[in-house]
Design a protein around this ligand. Structure first.
Ligand code: URA
Length: 234
């Protein structure tokens, strides 16, 4: 981001402190300029020229986070729902404006690749039903596969309970009797679990291993990283 913003607005929007607190943090030498230029709360600054406790600022608006979500964390902003995926990010990121949200959701009991962003347009695009991005899930099943699931999932005719339109064809790859990967391009509520339920099975564990071209690489469970501009899906 090369554009200039008022310092208090910039620092406040990144969640470091309130806009009012900026003046005292400048006086205390906590907020400084990379070239030691004098600062006031209303000084117009570029993001890359400001340091907080001698460190570069967190990424500006437009960041996309790739997280390896652990089981037991909820994709919600509501503290009443237990441990939240946002708890795995720096605390001040909760105060960012615009706020960070998950790109779609993974269930509490599902692990794996989760994207989060503060880019509303990107979020809207990636979660739109028209946007058919491929997602691969690794499922462990309660019962042995019967053999007809691959054809049923690929048929484009599978109806989920309570829905009016069939699932778009999905690609099942059988690993063994109780393990398979499923590639889907939609993001219906609990879709993978409901697809297996529709063929008389039950998913006992579920992990998302890819989203479009993105994979987790060596990202440990519970860790995250910021995507580079080139990696951001479009
Ligand atoms: N399908 C599910 O059933 N759960 C998820 O978290 C994602 C896809």
């Amino acid at each position: 981001m090369n554009s200039k913003t008022r310092l208090d607005k910039l620092i406040g929007s990144l969640g470091y402190c309130s806009r009012k607190e900026v003046a005292s943090l400048i006086r205390e030498g906590i907020i400084t300029h990379t070239e030691n230029l004098p600062l006031k709360p209303d000084t117009k600054v570029s993001h890359e020229h400001i340091l907080f406790e001698k460190e570069p600022l967190d990424p500006p608006q437009g960041m996309v986070i790739l997280m390896n979500k652990p089981v037991g964390y909820v994709c919600s902003h509501d503290d009443g729902e237990g441990r939240l995926v946002y708890d795995l990010l720096p605390e001040r990121w909760r105060r960012r404006d615009p706020k960070i949200s998950t790109v779609g959701r993974l269930d509490k009991d599902t692990s794996g690749l989760l994207l989060l962003t503060d880019d509303g347009a990107l979020l809207h695009r990636l979660t739109s039903p028209k946007h058919h991005v491929s997602k691969i899930y690794e499922a462990t099943l309660d019962r042995p596969l019967k053999g007809d699931e691959e054809a049923i999932f690929a048929s484009g005719a599978l109806m989920l309970n309570g829905e009016k339109t069939p699932c778009i064809p999905a690609h099942l790859t059988v690993i063994d009797e109780t393990h398979a990967t499923l590639e889907i391009v939609e993001g219906r509520y609990h879709q993978v679990r409901r697809m297996f339920a529709a063929v008389g099975n039950h998913v006992v564990s579920l992990h998302r291993s890819s989203f479009g071209d993105l994979t987790l690489g060596d990202l440990e469970v519970g860790e995250y990283r910021i995507l580079t501009q080139k990696e951001i899906p479009n």
